[in-house]
Design a protein around this ligand. Sequence first.
Ligand SMILES: Cc1cc2nc3c(=O)[nH]c(=O)nc-3n(C[C@H](O)[C@H](O)[C@H](O)COP(=O)(O)O)c2cc1C
Length: 147
Amino acid sequence: MSDAEELELTQFIYVSAATHLMSNQELTTLLTQARQKNSECGISGLLVYSNGSFIQVLEGPKEALESTYARIQRDPRHHHCQVLLHEPVTARLFEGWYMGFESISSQQLQDLSGSIDFFGDCPIPERGAAAFRLLASFRTTHDRQCA
Ligand SMILES: Cc1cc2nc3c(=O)[nH]c(=O)nc-3n(C[C@H](O)[C@H](O)[C@H](O)COP(=O)(O)O)c2cc1C
């Protein structure tokens, strides 16, 4: 990546609702597509799936990230996309993860996120900070699942 692209490094977190409960096969198909594209576009991150909900962090050069999110938003496999965090960063948290993945139960999600409901009424900055903590916690515990 060039210095100019590094300067534009952006991190983005959104939540969304799957249009139906996803099977393992459907999640595998989704991840195969995502990892292929992400490795081409320099996008890294982590996708968490829990009982019909998605929480995803994407990081990469601003332009590539915006076009990736535009594609993701149009995807009929989910809806109600809500951006919780969008900011420039100086380094990637998920360097080399062309899309890490975790599937967790609702109970695990609740245990890991404390009292925060990512889809609830609490202010977006609070939900964004909690989503960041949740996603970052997998950074240390998670085996790399790179493309
Ligand atoms: C929850 C979710 C997460 C996704 N994550 C990514 C991703 O990280 N990168 C990506 O390129 N596509 C991702 N996709 C798939 C895109 O929506 C899209 O299907 C794919 O990029 C192919 O787009 P195209 O058919 O316009 O080429 C995701 C889809 C969903 C539903």
